[in-house]
Design a protein. Structure first.
Length: 164
């Protein structure tokens, strides 16, 4: 049924259920698996730009920009390491897997990669924010549900509190 499954993984702790579900579906259908991590300045873990009031002091600015660049490189390297580990786990299960790490708007990149790769299914998770927050702020899964060129499986959060 499915031949290509896309699994966006931002954080191993919160997206383990996405990986596990995508891996299980890939095993059941002999599908290929694509793991995707998207970097965005809007990420919680993204380093903040240095304070612009310090730009008058070139030595301070240079050091701050080097630190900022190093923090982005560390974030990228940790993301690649996570994707490599998950890829090895999928390969050990007999799944053909590939991974990519991209930069941009998370929802848009997921949809673009899904379309360009020819994904038959995108597995994502529902947001961990309240319904009110989602109404005003939106969510990645909601964007993907409405803009993806293939079916989307949105996995609900484990917490079934009545406020969400």
């Amino acid at each position: 049924m499915f031949t290509k499954i896309l699994a966006p993984i931002q954080n191993r702790l919160t997206d383990q259920v996405v990986f596990d579900t995508a891996l299980s579906l890939a095993q059941q259908t002999s599908a290929r698996l694509m793991l995707l991590r998207v970097f965005s300045p809007e990420m919680r873990a993204a380093p903040a730009l240095p304070n612009p009031t310090l730009y008058r002091y070139p030595m301070v600015t240079d050091e701050l920009m080097l630190t900022y660049r190093q923090r982005w490189e560390d974030l990228e390297n940790s993301g690649l390491e996570m994707l490599k580990q998950l890829s090895e786990q999928a390969q050990a299960s007999g799944i053909t897997v590939e991974f990519t790490q991209n930069f941009g708007n998370v929802g848009q990149v997921i949809c673009e990669v899904g379309e360009n790769w020819g994904a038959d299914l995108i597995v994502t998770r529902q947001p961990d924010r309240s319904k009110l927050d989602e109404l005003f702020l939106g969510s990645i899964s909601n964007y993907v549900l409405h803009h993806a060129s293939c079916p989307v499986l949105a996995i609900p959060q484990a917490d079934d509190s009545t406020l969400r």
